[in-house]
Each structure stands twice: as structure tokens, then as C-alpha cells.
Design a protein around this ligand. Structure first.
Ligand code: FAD
Length: 400
């Protein structure tokens, strides 16, 4: 049976989140983006809204809601601003779901509970100055020393780097073993002290109202109890975390496309050329029609992936497809939205220049456009299949 209806609870929550964001956050977005200043109290506001622990069981301080609802909320967040959804992607999708999927009971109580309760902000540290798409090439090391590991290295292009409290971080315990030598660690800023340094990246092309930065760590001692999974399992942990992150990115990009549609429709009805609103010109209609089709297709793709997550079905291919399609679609929609706004689109007087800059990052991160094309080419040709992983993301079995 296929059911396209949202529940009353989902509809009510979406409406509540939409109203809250419009009142509490949207008024600051353009100013912060223009000034390249992080949105004030963004994480505290999302915590107040009750969404920062959305898919985690109440036993771990979460809201116990399902993955489809998580997607719907990410769509709303990015409709408001990409920086909000980015925060949710790293906090819930990458760090939170990573710990939820791979952590021991004790680790979930220690590390996941404060994240889900909104007491701490999570982030994800995989990328390094010399390793992005080729994550197996990371150089950070973790040397075992008694009941601890000693971490040395650096990370770059880390969302929420300067604001996060808890990092799901990756380093090599066996540098000679390539990607099989990577292990995952939970790093708490409060315990790391001066051995962990974080910094912001200035003059970014997009997500200017968000925090993107880097980390460096020198002789950072991390207790063995903070290692997630087994030694050498870090690459699998990173890839499964990215699968959950990609889901939130796909849903968010869908919201950005909707924002492009709304801004374009409004402007096309107001602006006149040659004696008629520009919406009467068929070439403008064509761009808006493509945006609406892209929005609906993106939404169906991410909702299917969310449904598969709810039901505990492997969704690596479907989630990656949703991410690739939705991000390319939002990038094209934002470019067309700017075109529809003419020269005004080229300024901060309208939001579409921000939409275009913000749409670009997600085409690169969590599997770039090229990496996605390679993946889906391999799936189609039968060169790639999804194998079971040792720990699956728990399915959703009703309120939990
Ligand atoms: C705004 C933003 C936020 C980010 N947040 C995070 C975060 O929170 N945590 C984190 O760990 N990382 C984060 N990243 C980093 C992101 O994941 C990497 O940028 C991404 O993986 C690409 O790596 P790279 O930039 O090193 O590019 P490279 O891997 O060096 O790639 C360069 C180019 O080559 C292409 N390419 C690479 N390999 C192939 C191939 N085999 N075939 C064809 N083309 C190829 C790529 O598609 C790209 O076009 C973020 C990046 C951005 C821009």
C-alpha cells in the first residue's frame, strides 16, 4: 500500500515550526548573511522549538519522532535558511545518528542524551586539508597509550566547528591500513582543553549566516571509552553517518527549491515588462514550471528514503539519489530564481542571491556531484551493491 498522506501530528508540527521560524529567525537571516555573522542563538532557538533531538528515543532525551518527520522539519529549516538545516544535518544526521547507530548503551547515555536534549551541539570531523572525497586518505592519527588514545592532526571545512561541544571525529589507528585503519572517536570540547583548537573560515561563498571552520589537535588524549565501534571500523561509521546526513541535506535542499519557487512567483507577478507582469512571458513560466516539478520530485525522493529508514530498509542508494537530485535541483532553481529577478537578483535586496550561494555547498559536501554520479552509474551497471553493516540505524516502531 502507498500512502501519501501526512499524519495530523506531522502537519501540526510543520505548521508550528514554520510559524516559529518566520517570527523568531527569518527576520535576522539576510542581515547575518550579508554581515557573515552566525545567526544569534540559533541552536538555543532550535532546542526551544524541540527539534534538536527529533528522531531519538525519549530514553535518550529525544522527541521519539520518525525519520519522515525529520525530513519535513529539515525542509522547513532550509526554507528559512540553509545555515539552520546545516546545523541540524551535522547535529542530528551525522553526529547524533552516528552515536545512536554505533554507540554502546553507556555511550548513548553519555554522549547522545545531551545532544538530543539540546544541552550540547554536535559536529562531524572527517574532511582534512588533503582529504575530502577520498576520505580513506585522512592523515590524522590516534595512537593507543594505555587506557587512552593520543590524537594528532587537523580537520577543515567542518560545519559548526567553533560552536560545537561534541565532535564525532575520525583518525587513523593504523595508518598503514588505509581506510581500514580509520577509527571513530567522540571528542568533548570541555575535556579536550587547549589540546583542541577550533577556528572559523572567513569569506565563504555561501552559508554565511552559519559557522564553518576547522580543527587542529595536538597530543589530544581521548579515553578508550570514547571510541565508537571497534578499531578500524571508522570508515564504515563515517559512511553510515553520511547516509543519515545526506537524508537531511536532501530534505533541506527541497525546502530551498520551494523558497526559490515562492520568491520567483511573487516577483513574476509584481514586475512588469512590455506592459505585462513578467509571469505572463512563457520563458519565465518555463523556469517556474521546472522549479515546481523539481520541488515535487525532490520531495518524493526524500520522503521515500525517510519511509525506508522508518521501516529499517537499506536506503544507501535511495538516500544518495535523493541528495544528488535535490541538491542539483535547488542549485538550478536558485540560478533561475536569480535570472527571474534580473538585476535586483544580483543584490541582497531580494533573497535569491543568498539562495544561489547557499545552494552550492550541498552540491559539494556529503558526496559531491561527481561522486554521486559515479555511485549511481555503478549501481545501474551492477558494479555496486549495498552490503549489511554490523550496526544498522534502528527502525522507527511508533512513538519511542
Ligand atoms: C559548506 C561546507 C560544509 C562542510 N561541512 C563538513 C562537515 O561538517 N564535516 C566534514 O567532515 N566535511 C565537511 N565539508 C567538506 C566536504 O565534505 C568536502 O568538501 C567534500 O567531501 C569534497 O571534498 P574536497 O572539498 O576535498 O574536494 P576533492 O575531494 O578534492 O574534490 C575536488 C573535485 O574533484 C572531484 N572528484 C574527486 N574525486 C573524483 C573522482 N573519483 N572522479 C571524478 N571527480 C572527482 C570532486 O567532485 C570535486 O569536484 C563541508 C564542505 C563545505 C563546502
Amino acid at each position: 500500500m502507498i500512502d501519501f498522506e501526512l499524519s495530523d501530528e506531522q502537519r501540526d508540527l510543520v505548521a508550528h515550526v514554520r510559524r516559529y521560524l518566520a517570527k523568531e529567525i527569518l527576520p535576522d537571516v539576510q542581515r547575518c548573511d550579508s554581515a557573515s555573522t552566525p545567526l544569534p542563538e540559533a541552536f538555543a532557538k532550535l532546542a526551544e522549538l524541540g527539534v534538536v533531538g527529533l528522531p531519538f528515543p525519549q530514553a535518550y532525551g529525544g522527541a521519539g519522532l520518525d525519520y519522515v518527520t525529520l525530513g519535513l522539519i529539515c525542509e522547513e529549516l532550509e526554507y528559512c535558511d540553509t545555515s539552520l538545516r546545516t546545523m541540524m544535518s551535522v547535529h542530528i544526521g551525522l553526529a547524533g545518528c552516528g552515536i545512536y547507530q554505533w554507540g554502546t548503551q553507556e555511550q548513548k547515555q553519555r554522549f547522545l542524551r545531551p545532544l538530543a536534549a539540546g544541552e550540547k551541539l554536535g559536529a562531524f570531523g572527517l574532511t582534512e586539508p588533503d582529504a575530502g572525497s577520498d576520505a580513506g586518505a585522512i592523515r590524522s592519527t590516534a595512537r593507543r597509550d594505555g587506557d587512552a588514545y593520543v590524537l594528532n592532526g587537523s580537520k577543515l571545512w567542518i560545519s559548526c566547528a567553533t560552536q560545537a561541544d561534541t565532535f564525532l571525529m575520525f583518525a587513523k589507528t593504523d595508518p598503514a591500513a588505509g581506510k581500514r585503519g580509520i577509527s571513530a572517536f567522540v571528542i568533548e570540547r570541555q575535556d579536550a582543553g587547549s589540546a583542541l583548537h577550533t577556528f572559523a573560515i572567513k569569506d565563504k561563498y555561501g552559508v554565511r549566516a552559519g559557522d564553518t571552520g576547522g580543527l587542529s589537535f595536538s597530543d589530544l588524549r581521548v579515553p578508550v571509552a570514547n571510541r565508537l565501534g571497534e578499531e578500524g571500523e571508522g570508515f564504515h561509521i563515517a559512511m553510515t553517518a553520511l547516509e543519515n546526513g545526506r537524508y537531511t541535506v536532501a530534505a533541506g535542499a527541497t525546502g530551498l527549491t520551494r523558497a526559490c519557487v515562492d520568491a520567483s512567483v511573487k516577483y513574476a507577478q509584481e514586475r512588469t515588462t512590455f506592459g505585462v507582469p513578467i509571469g505572463r512571458h512563457q520563458l519565465i513560466q518555463e523556469m517556474i514550471a521546472q522549479m515546481t516539478a523539481g520541488y515535487e520530485a525532490s520531495r518524493l525522493l526524500y520522503l521515500r528514503a525517510g519511509w525506508m529508514k522508518n521501516n529499517g530498509l537499506r536506503n544507501t542508494r535511495e538516500t544518495a539519489l535523493a541528495k544528488w537530485f535535490a541538491c542539483d535541483t535547488s542549485n538550478k532553481a536558485a540560478d533561475d530564481a536569480l535570472e527571474i529577478h534580473g538585476a535586483y537578483g544580483f543584490s541582497d535586496e531580494y533573497p535569491v542571491a543568498r539562495f544561489l550561494r547557499n545552494s552550492r555547498g550541498a552540491v559539494i559536501y556529503e558526496g559531491s556531484r561527481e561522486i554521486q554520479k559515479l555511485m549511481h552509474g555503478e549501481y545501474a551497471l551492477g558494479y555496486r551493491t549495498d552490503k549489511p553493516v554490523r550496526c544498522e540505524l534502528p527502525a522507527w516502531k511508533g512513538q519511542r
